[in-house]
Design a protein around this ligand. Structure first.
Ligand code: ATP
Ligand code: MG
Length: 245
């Protein structure tokens, strides 16, 4: 009998996620998966529901329906703190650093709730990956360039030692060179086996990092599959390039 190829078990399985703000349903019956060591894209125009989908995974917005499974376990009922401890981290839209706080204190927020020893060990691991941060650790985060601030936001997310990182438009507002650097950083994190869900409007970054993606339109998944196939589709390109185009 021919051997069948092993199926990558998804780290994250979202099924039928629906999120509403009062009378506005921002996300409708969204189902998606993300696997270890891969970057899965979430594409869509302004207001399509991309951010709400990420926040919905973490329970940061009111879910009306749907289930979330992480590592094969139903975690729908867990609150956000428990989901973070289970291994899901968010690198939020607009980075959300505290500009007047030191870089190190910003990083430490990513390991909130852990004891001194654990936080110190995680900082040391962070400075191994981001060597340039060690010398600048005491500087206010707001003094860094946009690209450097994005790197700190990603480093802060990694401080919880996640198995899944939710990234919301990390290229936003960055120069092409800085976007390339962020791309390299994210590729390295994926290569370490971390799963990522990447909301992005930068086509080049999506092509570089994502093998598969989901397209959201008015809160629904309207297409999904290999990125190369999606970008060949005019309707998808129109939706996807809604902001950039
Ligand atoms: N806290 C909120 N209260 C009310 N409506 C909201 C809230 N957050 C988002 N929405 C609405 O939900 C819809 C989806 O918003 P969301 O921020 O998820 O879109 P997005 O795809 O991330 O857009 P963008 O590309 O601009 O970041 C929009 O119509 C938005 O106005
Ligand atoms: Mg958004």
């Amino acid at each position: 009998m021919p051997e069948t190829s092993p199926v990558l078990k998804p780290v994250l399985e979202v099924s039928g996620l629906t999120v509403a703000f009062g009378a506005t349903t921002a996300v409708r019956e969204v189902s998606l998966t993300a696997a270890a060591g891969t970057v899965t894209g979430i594409l869509g125009a302004n207001g399509a529901g991309k951010t709400t989908t990420l926040l919905g995974v973490l329970g940061l917005v009111p879910r009306r329906a749907g289930t979330v499974a992480f590592d094969g376990r139903d975690v729908t009922a867990l609150e956000t703190g428990a989901l973070v401890r289970a291994g899901i981290a968010l690198c939020p839209e607009n980075r959300r650093l505290f500009p007047s706080m030191s870089i190190e204190d910003n990083l430490l927020l990513g390991a909130y709730g852990h004891g001194r020893k654990v936080r110190r060990a995680r900082l040391d691991r962070t400075y191994e990956r981001f060597a340039w941060l060690r010398d600048r650790a005491a500087e206010p985060a707001g003094r860094l360039s946009g690209g450097q601030q994005q790197a700190v936001a990603i480093a802060r997310a990694l401080m919880s030692e996640p198995r899944l990182v939710l990234l919301d438009e990390p290229s936003s507002g960055l120069s092409p060179v800085a976007v390339d650097e962020i791309g390299e950083l994210l590729a390295g994190i994926a290569a370490d086996g971390t799963a990522m869900l990447l909301v992005e409007q930068n086509v080049k970054l999506v092509q570089r990092l994502c093998s598969t993606a989901y397209v959201l339109s008015h809160g629904r998944v309207t297409a999904s599959g290999p990125v190369a196939d999606l970008l060949r589709d005019d309707a998808v390109s129109d939706a996807y390039l809604g902001k950039a185009g």
